[in-house]
Design a protein around this ligand. Structure first.
Ligand code: NAD
Length: 358
């Protein structure tokens, strides 16, 4: 099989970590008989420097023509003083919109070897931490109308609207069920149906979609309880599906619990266009160009690409296993370094993963 991947290294450590992920894809391709063709495109600060804007038309076209998109990270102090309308982050929001990416998949998984970095008690972590948060990305309070700040009765009033149409709930619920099917078969839909009308509709639609997935065990939880349960006993969750605002908060909570920002991948999926895969961390300008970045989040992002966009689960599992092996052998980049372990740079970490794939 031949897959076309549009690669956007971006800024800061982006080019370094993306190079390692491409190396890993090359090796996994040889091993599993897959061919990858890479097209590079500009985004963020790199695109501003070259073209004056953070998301050139050519980049959107290259992404749309690809089977999947790999992004490093965007942004950095060099561009912080620019007009917000042409800042690097606008490129990121723009490409998500152009590709219609409505589902954001954020796994929070703790490799047992990195348990010391986790901020939960050892007896809680001991039960396992491997949660996938499926967040709706294009609706809800962040985009709903009416919104604004206006004068009412002699004072200012601010308001937003949390609004979801049935089709928006249905399509994200489907992603939730499909994702659960590829994992341990359990889906928890998080809402606030005891208070919010929009959540009552959410729950009704999720229940309707559930009829097509009798093999997936569905539960419902109010968002305040879900926030508590994530720190009290995260092992009870397999996949969480939730709306945009709740998902923003819960996916960050789940991520921070693992304690290792350099380890966490993500996927953003749409209906027809290619999915976009990227680490959850930023461009880390403080360590850029020094071969210090942890490439594992990006390498694990291409594992997600293989699983979710290409259906190549075995190749994805091989990458995850190789990453786990390198960690179990005691190799660490600076961000996850502990006493008694072996410190390696970005390139060496990529080489180690490649070698363990062989
Ligand atoms: P950051 O994630 O870039 O860095 C936070 C801290 O984590 C830094 O100390 C950094 O060195 C460290 N870190 C992050 N990734 C690492 C890795 N792979 N290996 C080792 N250490 C790593 O967040 P920030 O400092 O708040 O933002 C820096 C820039 O990145 C800003 O311009 C911001 O707007 C941008 N940003 C981009 C994205 C994105 O592209 N998706 C996301 C967040 C922030």
């Amino acid at each position: 099989m031949r897959y076309n991947i549009c690669v956007m290294p971006g800024d800061g450590i982006g080019p370094e970590i993306v190079a390692e992920a491409m190396k890993v894809l090359g090796t996994v391709g040889e091993k599993f008989g897959l061919e990858f063709a890479f097209t590079k495109a500009l985004i963020g600060g790199a695109a501003i420097d070259a073209t004056g804007g953070p998301l050139p038309e050519a980049t959107v076209a290259a992404c749309k023509a690809a089977d999947a998109v790999l992004l490093g990270a965007v942004g950095g102090p060099r561009w912080d003083t620019l007009d917000p309308a042409i800042r690097p982050e606008k490129g990121l929001l723009g490409i998500r919109k152009a590709l219609g990416l409505f589902a954001n998949l954020r796994p929070a998984r703790l490799f047992p070897e990195l348990a010391a970095a986790c901020c939960l008690r050892p007896d809680i972590v001991g039960k396992g931490l491997d949660v996938m948060v499926v967040r709706e990305l294009t609706g809800g309070a962040y985009f709903g109308e009416p919104r604004g700040i206006e004068e009412r009765g002699g004072e200012k009033v601010g308001f937003n609207t949390m609004v979801y149409a049935e089709h928006e709930v249905r399509r994200i619920a489907k992603v939730g069920f499909e994702t659960a099917r590829k994992r341990r078969g359990r889906l928890c839909s998080v809402d606030k149906a005891n208070v919010l009308d929009v959540s009552r509709l959410w729950r009704a639609v999720v229940l309707e979609v559930a009829k097509d997935y009798p093999d997936v065990e569905l539960s419902h939880m109010y968002v305040d309880n879900a926030a508590m349960q994530l720190v009290r006993d995260p092992s009870q969750f397999d996949v969480i599906v939730t709306e945009n605002l709740f998902g923003d908060i819960l996916s960050d909570e789940a991520a921070v619990i693992t304690g290792s920002i350099g380890m966490l991948p993500s996927a953003s999926l749409g209906a027809a266009n290619p999915g976009l895969y990227e680490p959850i961390h930023g461009s880390a300008p403080d360590i850029a160009g020094q071969d210090k970045a942890n490439p594992l989040a990006t390498i694990l992002s291409v594992a997600m690409m293989l699983k979710h966009s290409f259906g190549e689960a075995k190749a994805a599992d091989a990458i995850e296993a190789a990453c786990a092996k390198v960690l179990s052998e005691g190799y660490r980049t600076g961000d996850i370094m502990e006493p008694g372990k072996t410190l390696v740079g970005c390139k060496a970490m990529g080489d180690l993963v490649v070698a363990r794939l062989g």
